[in-house]
Design a protein around this ligand. Structure first.
Ligand SMILES: [Cu+2]
Length: 229
């Protein structure tokens, strides 16, 4: 019995069969993609003096355009598998906290994005997009949460008209995706086995793609090196 369980059956047993059929994530025999993204160039982080809402914002802001961590790892890059139409996990959430967008890049499948204001001051969300309608909306301090629709795949830049330094991105991607951490690494689980195209996008350094062969129950590593522009 122990050897004849497929990965799918095992997960179904653990999470409940009903759940399994609803999500359908990863299908039978999904694998994991571990992507590492490197950048051989210099970090680009601008410092700015802040003289507005300093109680919440602090007196210095960082505009993080290229964040390079240990071992040349590139943070904030979106790695996606367009062909892996897995179920969305939790609803994507973007917070405005300390007069920063947190996370700097939020990844979501087409649908709804929850936008929080945990600063207790006025922010004004302003998006720059072509495929999706633009959003330009005040979020006063009493409005802790609002929900917006982003239904078309696109990388959408977001700013705040109250705090000029605030910069973030919403990655609306059709398939499974992740955002690289400070070491330039992200893991994507439940990727259907077989040939998959892997795309990487970075707000300053552009896009790259690679084909990989995902094997059921295994971790497939893929590396990217972004070029400067
Ligand atoms: Cu703001």
């Amino acid at each position: 019995m122990r050897r004849t369980l497929t990965a799918g059956t095992a997960i179904a047993l653990m999470t409940g069969a009903a759940m399994w059929f609803v999500t359908g994530a990863g299908a039978q025999g999904g694998g994991t993609i571990e992507a590492d993204v490197k950048y051989n160039g210099a970090a680009q982080v601008e410092k700015l003096k802040v003289n507005k809402d300093t109680e919440k914002c602090g007196t210095e802001a960082l505009i993080e355009k290229v964040v390079v961590g240990g071992n040349k790892g590139l943070a904030n890059a979106v790695v996606s598998v367009p062909g892996a139409k897995g179920a969305t996990k939790a609803k994507a959430v973007l917070d405005q906290h300390g007069c920063k967008f947190v996370p700097h890049v939020v990844v979501m499948q087409p649908g709804e994005l929850e936008i929080k204001n945990s600063d207790d001051i006025l922010h004004n969300l302003h998006t720059y997009s072509t495929a999706n309608p633009s959003i330009n909306k005040a979020q006063p301090k009493f409005k802790k949460t609002m929900t917006e629709k982003l239904e078309k795949p696109e990388f959408v830049k977001i700013t705040c008209d109250v705090h000029s330094w605030m910069l973030g991105w919403v990655a609306v991607v059709p398939g499974l995706a992740g955002v690289t951490d400070k070491d330039g690494v992200t893991k994507i689980e439940n990727v259907p086995a077989g040939k998959q195209k892997i795309e990487v996008w970075h707000e300053t350094l552009g896009k790259q793609e690679k084909d990989v062969d995902v094997k059921a129950g295994q971790v497939t590593k893929v590396s990217f090196e972004m070029k400067g522009k």
